[in-house]
Design a protein around this ligand. Structure first.
Ligand code: AHG
Ligand code: MN
Ligand code: MN
Ligand code: MN
Length: 335
């Protein structure tokens, strides 16, 4: 695939390659591309827009909502709801399933999304992102129930993320590899800049919020301890650590230069299995990571095989460079 191909041309070529007539998936991806462009503009305005800071409201996750959490959620919904490809949607920022308003046609896809990932970073001008996952809707109700969304990650038709960093990028998969596009603001188009992205199997870099160390399980404590021990420790080499607190930015760094990312099971809040959300964060990112040759696991199970039990379910996440994740998984087996 030629560098500089627009994302629209790329998706059309992809569809021809797949030899399907699924123009509606192509069209839906087009709507998502537009949503990410509009969100990029909103995020990029920063303090000039007057929408920095938090609201008084909490989302269903128990998180105080940033103004931009709510605004970007609205942008995503309004941009994608009227195209006729969606049966319903669900998001980190909405308690329940959002049904497509009666005046718009309905389609055969469900979309789940995290409109603003890493939103604690918006006020300090650090990278944030948008994550989405597309599933097929097999029923025929005009108001699909939450249960229709509870498909394991292996059922995803497409997934991707937008990264609003020093440049805006879109990284997508439809199950045939991972491709990255950079927004050319002069022409308003995403152009293919990172064809066939692959995660290096080996790495010396890990990402974890180390302030939670006392809450982790023994295998993760052991792994991090051994990394920190460096050259003279059991791993025999020095490691580097990064933590952006935006999953999109961490996963993107890992795809570009290798690494592992962990938000593991912990005892901080015994009611939760981890921090990250299976449907909005873990599944789409795991689909991308696997398509790029990496591994994504809860520590005990492949994330894409987890049978979801609720829209807002949380899950432990350990993902990234294949050989390094295998080390962490082997420590879980020793437990
Ligand atoms: P969100 O902003 O969508 O709620 O997601 C934040 C997530 C994830 O992006 C990041 O990896 C993690 O939370 C950061 O958590 P800590 O603040 O505990 O480091
Ligand atoms: Mn949040
Ligand atoms: Mn998030
Ligand atoms: Mn979010």
């Amino acid at each position: 695939m030629q560098i500089g191909t627009t994302i629209t041309q790329f998706l059309a070529d992809e569809q021809r390659k797949l030899n399907t007539n699924q123009t509606d998936l192509l069209e839906l991806m087009g709507q998502v591309v537009t949503a990410c462009k509009v969100i990029a503009t909103a995020v990029n305005k920063g303090a000039l827009s007057g929408v920095m800071g938090s609201l008084d409201t909490e989302n269903i996750q128990g998180e105080t909502q940033k103004k931009l959490d709510v605004i970007t959620n609205e942008i995503f919904m309004q941009t994608t709801e009227r195209g006729g490809q969606l049966a319903a949607m669900a998001s980190e920022e909405m308690d329940d399933v959002y049904h497509i308003p009666g005046q718009y046609p309905r389609g055969k896809y469900l979309i789940v999304f995290d409109p603003l990932d890493g939103s604690s970073n918006v006020d300090v001008n650090i990278s944030v992102g948008t994550i989405f996952s597309i599933l097929e809707y097999k029923g025929d109700s005009a108001t699909p129930a939450a249960a229709e969304f509870l498909q394991p990650g292996t059922q995803q038709v497409a997934a991707g993320y937008a990264l609003y960093g020093s440049s805006t990028m879109l990284v997508i998969t439809t199950g045939h590899g991972v491709n990255g596009f950079t927004l050319d603001v002069n022409i308003g188009e995403f152009l293919l800049t990172h064809p066939n992205m692959m995660i290096a199997p080996d790495t010396k870099e890990f990402a974890i919020n180390a302030s939670n160390e006392r809450f982790w399980e023994a295998p993760v404590q052991r792994y991090v301890r051994e990394c920190v021990a460096g050259k003279t420790g059991p791993r025999g080499r020095d490691f580097n650590m990064r933590w952006v607190a935006s999953m999109v930015a961490e996963v993107h760094r890992i795809i570009i230069r290798g690494g592992v990312f962990m938000y593991p099971k912990d005892t901080k809040d015994p009611a939760k299995a981890g921090k990250l959300r299976l449907m909005y964060e873990a599944n789409p990112m795991s689909f991308i990571v696997e398509q790029a040759g990496g591994i994504s696991s809860t520590g005990r199970q492949r994330i894409l095989d987890v049978q979801p039990e609720g829209l807002h379910q949380r899950v432990p996440v350990i993902l990234g460079s294949k050989n390094e994740v295998e080390v962490i998984l082997s420590y879980h087996k020793d437990m």
